[in-house]
Design a protein around this ligand. Structure first.
Ligand SMILES: [Zn+2]
Length: 99
């Protein structure tokens, strides 16, 4: 179980968690989460919404430029997914051991 969080945004996502940039706002019954994530410099805040956990792929939308330009999963979405998972299972996310 758990999120197979992609390595390419894992480092940045963990960095965001370490500085407490992620605030989970709403936790839906299906496990999806709405959160706000501060940028590294703390000057901006992005709205992130993750899909329900448990699937093979982490899905998240974000209001940052990176997500709008590239799509897929940005570091903010990955950080929220990791945070949601960590709170849910009460332990460090699996990606920490993979890196
Ligand atoms: Zn983002």
């Amino acid at each position: 179980m758990g999120f197979p969080a992609p390595v390419w945004c894992g480092f940045a996502a963990i960095a965001l968690l370490k500085v407490d940039a992620v605030s989970i706002l709403i936790r839906c019954a299906d496990g999806s989460v709405q959160a706000s994530v501060k940028s590294e410099r703390g000057s901006e805040e992005y709205a992130v919404r993750t899909g329900p956990p448990g699937g093979a792929v982490v899905t998240a939308t974000c209001s940052c430029h990176d997500f709008r330009r590239r799509g897929g999963l940005c570091k903010h979405g990955a950080a929220v997914a990791l945070m949601a998972q960590r709170e849910q299972v009460g332990m460090a996310p699996r990606i920490l051991h993979e890196l």
